[in-house]
Design a protein around this ligand. Sequence first.
Ligand SMILES: Nc1ncnc2c1ncn2[C@@H]1O[C@H](COP(=O)(O)OP(=O)(O)OP(=O)(O)O)[C@@H](O)[C@H]1O
Ligand SMILES: [Mg+2]
Length: 296
Amino acid sequence: MVQLIPEGLRRMVGGATALETGTREAVVLSVAAQKGGVGKTTTAVNLAYALARFHDLRVLLVDIDSQGHVASALYRLVPPTGGEGVSDILLGKKRDIFEVARPTRLDGLHVTPSDRHLNETEGIIGARIGKELLLRQASRVARTHFDAIIIDCPPNLGNLTLNALLASSHVLIPSDMSVLSLQGVHDLVDALETVRERLGHDVKLAGLLRTRVDGRNRTVNEAILEALEQDYGPQLLKTQIPVNTALAKSQLEGRAVFDYAPASTGAAAYRDLALEISWRLGLSARGGPAAASHPG
Ligand SMILES: Nc1ncnc2c1ncn2[C@@H]1O[C@H](COP(=O)(O)OP(=O)(O)OP(=O)(O)O)[C@@H](O)[C@H]1O
Ligand SMILES: [Mg+2]
């Protein structure tokens, strides 16, 4: 039967109960890069996991990429979903990402999964007024229940990434050591400036993260590092992520690297990243003093 009363109106008429607000104030961090395959999902998943496990934070990991890689990268931790995902939020069927957040087997870590309709949804919201503000509006309640919300973005600067940036206080940009990736970093930093100027939202750069660093490519690494230091200086994170097969294998195994290969160089690097990010963003432990000390 054709739905004559839109969902939002039905809720108003039916007097839907208000979502309960919490007492926290989340830092919202998008992990974004225009180039594909630079380690956005690997970073979002392992950073979220490390912040929950080693820093005792309540963390929500939100997947806004239709590829749905967060759920597959953590399939051993996340109970099977009922098909609900970010599309339900963007289309107004659910009010807040908190409603779609699922607890995982790791205490403190929740996941709001992507869904298979997300590409279609991106097209539908394209015609809506305020289309870039949907996620921001739909994260008001979630922000009060978590210390950090981490958003894994798709590899482009489309509507979904724009929604993530407008919902975020900070953005973390992973970049592999290639010229193409470097160009993508410049484009994204330009986009942040445009968001600031045209939409009045000041999303701060949490840092640039060098990923998939292969120690054997010294000449290329040094050239890219020099360009990054020259352009971004203090925003270039001290932590760098090496090429490490444990990271790729853990993703295939549906676990965070800390469970799959805790002694690997990949696990050590993402633990360092969690410390550096928690310090930079002033994240503190659940109900306690700041867990992180200055990484030096
Ligand atoms: N440091 C690393 N060492 C080895 N393999 C890695 C590393 N980082 C990521 N990978 C692997 O590279 C592939 C791409 O990584 P990932 O999915 O994190 O990138 P992405 O930027 O999210 O990609 P997309 O743009 O498609 O969303 C995956 O198979 C992942 O396991
Ligand atoms: Mg990805």
